[in-house]
Design a protein around this ligand. Structure first.
Ligand SMILES: [Zn+2]
Length: 370
């Protein structure tokens, strides 16, 4: 899976390695899931019925578990390297128990790029499956253990490829292909709504089916897809709705504090205006933010300057959708908007959400359909 918006909780990860500058992360839950997978596979494929897995079975199980996640990693690397070729910056790749996620800094707007970036992931698994299954079917692997390993890895890659390609569950690959095809007819925002709706429906059916089959992992995949569909839908619609705006258009013009203002006066103003932070500017030039939390612990007479927190500064002519990305990347609640060295205002995620909501309500219901 790949996208710009990630389901919550993907932050708790350890960086394993870097490929072409892209950090490959292991989600902490995978450290628990890997031994579990190893056990399940040791018991299912390398242990006689009724017995407990011995050391050798455990070793094969561990190898299969690593093989599975290596296959998932190659799938994600294919997405990410294709993205780089199309000039899309890749933030990171995260491996989770339910699969992998390639996080891009922006999504390609050209449908052809989106189609190709999406297609190469499942294609990689299909290309891996072919020689593995051929080697197994032709009996080219003499050792019984290795033969079973090669067979299992081959079938796994075949199912990974087909599952991702054919399941129309946005934001999984099949759903992205559906959206790219719909986008040609109805525009990206409408196509995303439709694809996300289909994705949630398919995820619901998948989850119900998995529950009936007792497949817990597939239930988790369904939940992951369901929440991913809404997150990605929201991110895309935000970018589309903000297309006409620049950071300066949406920034709130708030009278800044002078650096030498006393903490007590700044607190009084924050209380009166019900603000958690105010911009600080020296002679009109932005310096940063003073936050109520920092000032509350300061000596009342000390200057605001001593408690200023640096804030991300963006130019007023920056497209608003990129300002939204800066807010999420910097994990900052607000941006200082700078117009040629002068404080133009303060931009928060809420300002952007509100502008996007207004555009969505006022935009015509659908683009022309053919
Ligand atoms: Zn994929």
């Amino acid at each position: 899976m790949h996208g710009r918006a990630l389901p919550p909780g993907v932050a708790a990860s350890l960086t394993l390695l870097r490929v072409r500058g892209i950090p490959v992360r292991l989600h902490v839950t995978l450290l628990l899931a890997l031994p579990l997978f190893a056990y399940l596979m040791a018991a299912a494929y390398f242990t006689p019925a009724g017995a407990a897995p011995d050391a050798q079975a455990w070793a094969w199980g561990a190898l299969l578990a690593v093989g599975l996640f290596a296959s998932v990693l190659l799938h994600e690397l294919a997405h990410s390297l294709a993205a780089l070729r199309f000039g899309v910056a890749v933030r990171d790749i995260t491996l989770l128990p339910v699969g992998g996620v390639s996080a891009f800094r922006r999504m390609p707007r050209e449908p052809a790029a989106e189609l190709w970036i999406t297609f190469v992931g499942p294609l990689t698994n299909l290309v891996l499956a072919a020689p593995l299954l051929a080697a197994w079917a032709l009996g080219l692997v003499p050792d019984a253990g290795w033969s079973r390993f090669v067979e299992w890895l081959g079938w796994t890659n075949l199912s990974l490829g087909l599952f991702n390609l054919l399941l129309p569950a946005f934001p999984m690959d099949g759903g992205r292909l559906v959206r790219a095809l719909l986008a040609r007819r109805m525009g990206l925002a409408r196509a995303t709504h439709v694809a996300a709706g289909i994705g949630r429906g398919v995820a619901l059916l998948l989850g119900l089916g998995a529950l009936l089959l007792g497949n817990l992992l597939l239930v988790l995949v369904a939940i992951f897809v369901f929440s991913g569909a809404s997150a990605e839908e929201h991110a895309t619609v935000l970018v589309e709705a903000l297309a006409a705006y620049r950071a300066g258009d949406l920034a709130a013009r708030i009278e800044p504090l002078e650096p030498d203002a006393a903490a007590r006066d700044a607190i009084a103003r924050m209380r009166a205006e019900r603000r958690l932070a105010l911009p600080v500017a020296r002679d009109g030039r932005p310096v940063g933010f003073a936050r109520l939390e920092a000032l509350a612990h300061a000596p009342p007479g000390s200057p605001v300057e001593a408690h200023v927190a640096a804030a991300p500064v963006v130019p007023a002519d920056l497209p608003a959708s990129q300002a939204a990305e800066t807010i999420s990347q910097e994990r900052s609640p607000a941006l200082v908007v700078d117009a040629q060295g002068r404080l133009a205002g303060v931009l928060t995620g809420e300002d952007l959400e509100r502008a996007a909501a207004i555009e969505e309500i006022l935009s015509p219901p659908t683009a022309p359909r053919t």
